[in-house]
Design a protein around this ligand. Structure first.
Ligand code: BYC
Ligand code: FE
Ligand code: FE
Length: 482
């Protein structure tokens, strides 16, 4: 058995025995100051000296996970943590199916692996940059704590990818690691790599939508990379997935609490029509149609993260055994897919047609389908809340072709119901589909910080349960105590 204890005596906390891997330790120690500078410049704005009630992993087994304590964010013991090795793990798909998983990089797949690891690594600091101003408008200390928990863990995910780059990719890995701190979300000259990570997250409803929908893309991509025949990547992603669950909880529950508060206030005021927008806004809550528009926006941005429906990149990665499907090992087929087909949607003469494509080429579409299924579970929960107030409204996921920039639907105007429409009609109705400036300004106007212990902003209900079973009057962030 290899030693999987977490070392805290090195500058870089880790469970990969870095104290015996001096070269990599040195490389990471050299990267560390840049990370800290980046964290101070582009990480959470303010609160760096506050004490935040954070969860830190002290070991990678189930029992070791939940250690909660007050920590200053820059002192959070992020660390490089890999899930335990599975002895004799085999490559689950592609042309190397059944061979022992690789502990070193196979030369012929080096650049493909590097690209995937760099893209994955790029999203992590990007999300922190996108969320950096939100601490200032947190609707409660509970929410502020959750935001910072997500942020420090995304920082750890960056470390996890940088470790792989530094350990396995030599000097070009080092360069890529430096580039990860140089690109910047929303920058003109050196933007983050994927579209959704250059958008802004200007308000807390956006944050909850982002963690519901975009972190869920993270989950799906990590599940696919956890199937990798490159074992260190698989183990890294398996551990990241344990954190991802909390990110999606924060998002899905956050949206649910916003919905709940809206419904409560409508009921109290005797408003049953969810489209009485101005009356509902007078109550200091966010009307359900605006919440739906936010869903439309964040869901469509997140779908773009799956790439094109038909992709040779995806086929190559699968065939190489570098990236599997969602829960690959549980699927009952030959795991090679050479002769299989998969149903896809495609634009043809301005019509949406269902077609069969070679299954290998359709792997992005397949992962996206799994993602849509996973997302719809959350939507059902939101609707259960609305229903419990007997309000006649259902949130729903827009059609997959709506508002897309990547893939077959990119150049077509399609409404949320899935009808192809004219450019004129799109322009005319855009404010019904996506949040308008007025909607966004209204939401921004609600973003007033609430720092009193146990109190919540007008537009969001308290959670049903505290973090770590804490009571409602728990001080999740000691803002001024240092
Ligand atoms: N934006 O064959 P195609 C997370 C490019 S989120 C810009 O269609 P492929 C997190 C593509 O790069 C998970 N460009 O797609 C969440 C390619 O360019 P090149 C992040 C895009 O390669 C919240 C070209 O279009 N991890 O962890 O099969 C908080 C043709 O590509 C986009 C991963 O994504 C786009 N949206 O699939 C924090 C896993 N889409 O190379 C963290 C690693 C495509 O021809 N990445 N392009 O110049 C991958 O597996 C794949 O690269 C993708 C794209 C799924 C992203
Ligand atoms: Fe992440
Ligand atoms: Fe995440």
């Amino acid at each position: 058995m290899e030693n999987m204890n977490v070392e805290y005596d090195t500058l870089i906390p880790n469970n990969v025995n870095l104290s015996n891997d001096k070269k990599v330790l040195k490389a990471l120690e050299r990267w560390h100051p840049g990370y800290i500078n980046w964290w101070h410049d582009l990480g959470p704005n303010g609160f760096q000296k506050s004490l935040v009630y954070l969860r830190t992993a002290i070991s990678v087994d189930r029992e070791g996970w939940a250690k909660f304590d007050y920590v200053k964010m820059p002192e959070y013991r992020w660390g490089i943590l890999l899930a335990p090795k599975k002895e004799n793990r085999i490559i689950p798909c592609g042309e190397h199916l059944g061979e022992l998983a690789w502990q070193e990089i196979p030369g012929e797949y080096r650049s493909m692996l590097r690209r995937l690891i760099v893209i994955q690594g790029d999203t992590e600091p990007a999300s922190i940059e996108q969320q950096r101003h939100l601490g200032k408008t947190a609707p409660s200390l509970y929410d502020m704590r959750n935001l910072f928990q997500v942020n420090v863990e995304e920082g750890r995910h960056l470390w996890a990818m940088v470790y792989l780059l530094q350990k396995y990719f030599g000097s070009d890995g080092r360069e890529e690691a430096n580039e990860l701190l140089r690109r910047q979300s929303g920058s003109e000259d050196s933007p983050r790599m994927l579209g959704a990570f250059n958008e802004t997250t200007p308000d807390w409803l956006s944050f909850f939508m982002f963690t519901s929908f975009t972190d869920r893309d993270g989950k799906m991509q990590l599940e696919a990379l956890a199937q990798s025949g490159f074992d260190p990547l698989s183990r890294t992603c398996r551990f990241m997935l344990t954190e991802e669950a909390h990110h999606m909880f924060v998002g899905e529950n956050g949206v649910r609490r916003v919905i709940k508060k809206t419904c409560e206030e409508m009921l109290k005021a005797g408003i049953t029509d969810p489209y009485e927008i101005s009356k509902i806004r007078d109550l200091g809550v966010i009307d359900l149609p605006t919440i739906q528009k936010k869903i439309n926006l964040h869901f469509s941005l997140s779908l773009d993260l799956f790439g094109s429906e038909v992709s040779t990149n995806a086929a190559n990665a699968f065939t190489a055994g570098i990236k599997g499907r969602f829960w690959e090992t549980k699927l009952k087929d030959d795991h090679k897919l050479v002769n299989d087909t998969y149903p896809i949607l495609e634009m043809e003469n301005n019509k949406i047609v269902k077609k069969k494509a070679p299954a290998l080429l359709a792997l992005n579409m397949r992962l996206r389908d799994d993602y849509v299924k996973d997302s719809s579970v959350g939507v059902k929960r939101w609707n259960r809340t609305i229903k419990s107030f007997k309000i006649d409204f259902e949130t729903k996921l827009p059609f997959e072709g709506f508002n897309r920039k990547i893939g077959t639907f990119a150049d077509t105007n399609i409404n949320p119901d899935g009808q192809v429409i004219s450019a004129i009609s799109w322009k005319k109705n855009i404010n019904e589909y996506l949040p308008s400036d007025e909607d966004n300004n209204y939401i921004i106007s609600l973003m007033k910080p609430v720092h009193e212990v146990g109190k919540f902003a007008s537009w969001i209900a308290p959670p049903d349960e505290g973090i770590d079973n804490k009571q409602g009057d728990f001080e999740y962030v000691k803002i001024h105590e240092a």
